[in-house]
Write a protein that binds this ligand. Structure first.
Ligand code: KIV
Length: 267
């Protein structure tokens, strides 16, 4: 029996059934193939693409064109996971019609099944318009990297007014029609309080175990991007070391004339 295709409805049902949601980012075809085989629920083509693939210092230089190219590559490798594309910087803040048009491009040209929008109460009208156009929306509050030029604290929810603001942002995103919401870098108790209050699932990154699901940047949890070392990340592998060892061995073997061997050549 082939595995069930994950839809926004399946993600919502996970919360009702008390089953944890699993999500990771991907930016290319081979990673999408591996994630599907492993049985992930949701793949986010994140604008973290800017840092972990394109080598930018932040997410702000990521364009719609960058996103669409990588979304299509991921879609080619996907069969069962729910595919969500991140709306990059300025793609949904210049006007509501721009936001709906760009979200539509993520579906029509990027082959995504939903989009992620950063922001709380300030983005509720935009989220509602995208949902009305028939495009499922994943919300994202707490630390929102597209607002990083403003400065401010990374970990949020340490005082009462901040918890209340985050709670009202989360409720606004839910009321706007999002099917789930990412909580980034909230304290455990704040993320727990929001998870209890909302009927839609919360998907945490750096927000503790009370969330309805978890998401990480794949390159971080694979140890592929050595510049990154965050408290919230558990390294499940160290691919950078594996790759450097393999490259080093290849270089040595070529220099010493040990590669290619007989089995790699044609008579
Ligand atoms: O861009 C991204 O990878 C994200 C995740 C950190 C949630 O937004």
């Amino acid at each position: 029996m082939s595995p069930e295709k994950i839809t926004p409805e399946v993600i919502r049902r996970r919360k009702t059934l008390g089953e944890k949601i699993t999500a990771l980012t991907a930016y290319d075809y081979p990673t999408a193939l591996c994630l599907n085989e492993a049985g992930i629920d949701m793949i986010l083509v994140g604008d973290s693409l800017g840092m972990v693939v394109l080598g930018h210092p932040n997410t702000l230089r990521v364009t719609m064109e960058n996103m669409l190219e990588h979304c299509r590559a991921v879609a080619r490798g996907n069969s069962t996971a729910l595919l969500v594309g991140d709306m990059p910087f300025l793609s949904c803040t210049t006007s509501v019609p721009d936001a709906v048009r760009n979200a539509g491009r993520m579906v029509q040209e990027g082959e995504m099944e939903g989009v992620k929008v950063e922001g709380g109460s300030d983005m509720a009208g935009t989220i509602a318009a995208i949902v009305r156009a028939g495009i499922p929306v994943l919300g994202h509050i707490g630390f929102t990297p597209q607002q990083s030029l403003k400065g401010g604290k990374k970990v949020q929810g340490r005082d009462r007014p901040c918890v209340e603001r985050l709670l009202s942002d989360a409720l606004a995103v839910e009321q706007a029609g999002a099917f789930a919401i990412v909580l980034e870098c909230l304290t455990v108790s704040c993320a727990g309080a929001i998870t209890e209050k909302l009927t839609i699932p919360t998907v945490g990154i750096g927000s503790g175990p009370c969330c309805d699901g978890q998401i990480l940047v794949s390159s971080d949890m694979l140890g592929l991007y050595e510049a990154a070392s965050f408290k919230h990340v558990k390294e499940y592998a160290n691919l950078a070391t594996i790759m450097k060892n393999a490259f080093g061995e290849y270089i040595r073997e070529v220099k010493e004339g040990r590669f290619p061997g007989k089995q790699h050549t044609f008579e």
